[in-house]
Design a protein around this ligand. Structure first.
Ligand code: TMP
Length: 210
């Protein structure tokens, strides 16, 4: 079935580092494109020239960045991405897939860094306004497997201790429990194909309702 062209979807992929969300976002992009949908795949932080520069700062393992500065930099990158890319693309009828979005800030800066969750949520709102993903896939994976899947050169965030990622993972699951309609938890401990089948089933159902 081909989705009706004038309907769009905003879909985000979330999870701890090494959970496989980038691979799944790419497979989803290929799948929806093959179905004839106009799709853009973006990443956070990044996707615009300014936000990519902010990303370099944020991931530089040689820098020490205070938690609130870190929060503001993620929000600054998100404000760029939202206003320059996501909103115009949705308005032009594209489906937008985003590798991470504001749930990452709630999980990493809120739960991981232990910043006040209400402050984090209100800055998320400042950055995106009323924009909200239609669907979010949370790829849930145990820390040990996630760590074994990461690249050889860890970035600034990946250098954080295990306890940080334990809080981030349970933070993501708590966010998902509160928004069951939007956030679908997918067991990422299976093969790439199996994980994608789960994502595809959920997506097909959603597209069918457009
Ligand atoms: P990525 O490697 O998945 O592209 O994400 C970059 C890193 O930034 C990753 O370790 C998660 C982290 N991050 C946050 O801490 N807060 C955020 O709001 C976002 C979008 C990412």
């Amino acid at each position: 079935m081909i989705a009706k062209k004038h309907k769009t979807l905003f879909v985000t992929f979330e999870g701890i580092d090494g959970c496989g969300k980038t691979t799944q976002a790419i497979l989803t992009y290929q799948y929806l494109t093959a179905r004839g949908m106009r799709v853009k795949l973006l990443r956070e932080p990044g996707a615009t020239a300014t936000a990519e520069r902010i990303r370099e700062l944020l991931l530089d393992g040689k820098l020490s960045i205070a938690p609130v500065t870190e929060l503001l930099l993620y929000e600054a990158a998100r404000s760029e991405l939202t206003s320059q890319e996501i909103r115009p693309l949705l308005a032009a009828g594209h489906t937008v897939l985003c590798d991470r979005f504001y749930d990452s800030t709630t999980a990493y800066q809120g739960f991981g860094r232990k910043l006040d969750i209400r402050m984090v949520r209100s800055l998320n709102r400042l950055a995106v306004g009323d924009l909200k993903p239609d669907l979010t896939f949370l790829l849930d994976l145990d820390l040990r497997t996630a760590r074994s899947r990461r690249g050889k050169r860890p970035d600034r965030l990946e250098l954080q201790p295990k306890a940080f990622f334990t809080r981030v993972r349970s933070g993501f699951l708590e966010i998902a429990r509160k928004e069951r309609r939007r956030i679908k938890v997918v067991d990422a401990g299976r093969s790439v194909d199996e994980v994608f089948q789960s994502i595809r089933t959920i997506l097909d159902r959603r597209i069918g309702r457009l």
